[in-house]
Design a protein around this ligand. Structure first.
Ligand code: PBE
Length: 264
């Protein structure tokens, strides 16, 4: 008899943490007996979300605040239960949280922060001469640059920059400030200070796998095992192993799954 098992296609957005989480999911599903195809690094948020809706991929990791703000364009970021109801209307199911919040934040070098006593975003209004390099997606998002600048009265004209190059650009003093993702491994490496979001502009961005509501229950069950296995410190450490220690996504994923006894 031929196996009727359908291949599961694992997707991701195009940034380090996306690839790494995609790889973790792909290896977990393989371990549980699924035929897995990887379509990692598909692109920005909307492209990847649409790929899930259209059935081009079967699962990817999104963030609750991103789902609420950038995808569903809700007024606020509601509770996970309420968000689940909104997602359901689109044929999308939110699986349990992986366990960490990866929020946007503005960062500057620790040296400059110390010298000028800058610790929170609202301190920036006193430093209108700093150069900002802002990642392309953040520049345009509803939870992104323009509403942030309006909320804080920030006096800058930012330039768009590829997120993966922004940290190096700060080190080279080409820019002074960028939007960081707080679980990035580069923040510690480049000695950057995360400025406090003292007006609570950003919602929570809890990492959650998304599938379609018609997903195979066995797929859902396998993914649910990953719930609460990664807190913020753990995610930073895993990202850092890729960007600072030059390990491959596959190596870091396998080590993680083995350490957590999620695969044998
Ligand atoms: N996040 C996490 C952005 C980038 C990483 C929520 C800050 C996002 O993917 O939506």
């Amino acid at each position: 008899l031929q196996s009727l098992a359908k291949t599961v296609v694992v997707g991701s957005k195009a940034f380090n943490e996306g690839y790494l989480l995609g790889e973790i999911i792909a290896q977990k599903l393989t371990h549980d007996g699924f035929d897995v195809e990887r379509k990692l690094g598909l692109g920005k948020t909307i492209i990847t979300y649409e790929a899930l809706k259209q059935g081009e991929i079967d699962v990817y990791v999104e963030y609750t605040g991103t789902l609420a703000q950038a995808i569903l364009k809700l007024e606020n970021t509601p509770s996970l239960n309420a968000l689940q109801q909104h997602a359901k209307q689109e044929g999308i199911k939110i699986l349990p949280r992986l366990g960490f919040n990866n929020t946007y934040a503005l960062v500057i070098s620790e040296q400059m922060a110390k010298k000028n006593n800058i610790s929170k975003i609202s301190d920036l209004v006193n430093y209108p001469d700093l150069n900002l390099g802002i990642s392309h997606e953040f520049l345009k998002r509803k939870d992104g640059w323009q509403p942030l600048a309006a909320a804080y009265g920030l006096p800058y004209q930012p330039v768009g920059i590829e997120h993966s190059l922004a940290y190096q650009a700060i080190a080279n003093k080409q820019i002074a400030i960028t939007d960081a993702y707080t679980t990035d491994g580069d923040i510690a490496r480049y000695h950057l200070r995360i400025l406090k979001d003292d007006k609570n502009f950003f919602p929570r961005y809890d990492a959650v796998p998304l599938v379609r509501t018609d997903a195979d229950p066995a797929l859902i069950k396998s993914l649910q095992d990953l719930a609460n296995h990664i807190d913020e410190a753990k995610m930073q450490q895993l990202n850092s192993q890729v960007v600072n220690d030059d390990q491959s996504f596959a190596e870091v994923a396998e080590q993680f799954l083995t350490d957590e006894a999620l695969i044998q």
